[in-house]
Design a binder for this molecule. Structure first.
Ligand SMILES: *Cc1c(COP(=O)(O)O)cnc(C)c1O
Length: 350
């Protein structure tokens, strides 16, 4: 079968291992939420009239868009829903860039931006993070790329880029600015760029139900953007890109802000406790505003630890790539799961 050379030569996106689910397995490698989704979602599934599934979904996810607009106090015309925020990232490449254009993104960051850019034959310019892994905003602007992609908090590092830096970027740069806020609910209050969408038509803020709402499995994300961009995304999306059940579950989850808040607070409390414990064991740990920690074990033991943990059914993430290969990225699980992890790590060290 003929495959376009530009596709045949692609390096595929590598997600965290998805080992077969089992009770004894502790999965801390994909930044999934430690807690189940809201009971409002369970109730919806229990009472859902399955006969409705013979109809196509609402093509525009109207009701969900309205609920999201309410939540952000923004016009409904600023909201677009996708089959995961990953799908929206792919649409942005179709809508905003031509072949051979360039995007700029920090290194390290979420590797999917480059994977999708490669599919569309768009060049990715990686801008190295500073020594302390914080994002070099000035260098991103200086690339003169047609778009800048920033995960905030940043994937891999968990570091938060302050709002002042984001505003400075928007004032200095006219190209597309994508702020991917997959982890923003785990960050301190007022860290989101969502309210800036009104003022900067080149800004896209990406959100997902995957992480803080514990709904990776339903694949729903959304973006907030200028209405002209939302209209363009609507032209280019699959006609029924979000399933009926997914729309309904996302809307249900959105209603239960109290549950969101309580699970997020538990994750944050565990994150801070585990960060302290790791530092006492000699790890250095980046300050995280997300639901994971990027940490450097003492004596360059990252890879050995990663493999040792797997033999004990604990999966964390190891990246065999520059500036990450001496580190482990550990998603925050329940307190019980993290205690198992900590005791294995201390056994390995001592
Ligand atoms: C997990 C993650 C996503 C994926 O979101 P989906 O809505 O599940 O597609 C997007 N961006 C970043 C930075 C992530 O870590």
């Amino acid at each position: 079968m003929y495959i376009k050379p530009s596709i045949a030569q692609l390096a595929p996106y590598v997600p965290g291992d998805q080992p077969p689910k089992s009770k004894s397995l502790i999965k801390l490698n994909a930044n999934e939420n430690a807690y189940p989704p809201s009971l409002v979602v369970e109730e919806l599934l229990r009472t859902f009239d399955y006969a409705n599934l013979r109809y196509y979904p609402d093509a525009t996810s109207q009701s969900l868009r309205r609920a999201i607009a309410d939540r952000h106090s923004c016009p409904q015309e600023h909201v677009f829903c996708g089959n995961g925020s990953d799908e929206i990232i792919a649409y942005l490449f179709q809508v905003c860039f031509e072949e051979q254009d360039s995007i700029a993104t920090p290194y390290p960051t979420y590797t999917l931006y480059k994977t999708i850019a490669d599919i569309h034959r768009i060049h990715t310019e990686y801008v190295p993070a500073q020594e302390d892994y914080s994002i070099d905003v000035e260098a991103l602007v200086k690339t003169n790329a047609k778009g800048i992609f920033i995960a905030n908090p940043n994937a891999q590092t968990g570091l938060l880029l302050g709002m002042d830096a984001i505003e400075k970027l928007l004032q200095a740069y006219q190209g597309l600015v994508v702020i991917d806020e997959a982890y923003i609910d785990f960050a301190p209050a007022h860290a989101s760029a969502a309210s800036l969408v009104d003022h900067y038509p080149n800004l896209v803020v990406l959100r997902t139900f995957s992480k803080s709402y514990s709904l990776c499995g339903i694949r729903v994300g959304y973006c907030l953007a200028d209405r002209s961009l939302v209209m363009a995304l609507d032209k280019c999306r699959d006609s029924y890109n979000v399933s009926t059940l997914s729309q309904a579950m996302a809307e249900a989850a959105l209603k239960d802000q109290a549950y969101l808040l309580s699970t997020v607070q538990r994750v944050i409390a565990t994150r801070e406790r585990v960060s302290q414990a790791l530092q006492l064991m000699g790890f250095s740990v980046l300050p995280s505003a997300a639901n994971f920690l990027l940490c450097t074990p003492p004596h360059d033991q990252a890879k050995g630890m990663y493999e040792y943990l797997i033999t004990h059914q604990v999966y964390v993430r190891y990246f065999n790539s520059p500036r990450l290969s001496d580190k482990l990225r550990i998603s925050i699980g329940t307190d019980e799961e993290m205690d198992v992890l900590l005791s294995l790590l201390s056994k390995y060290i001592y």
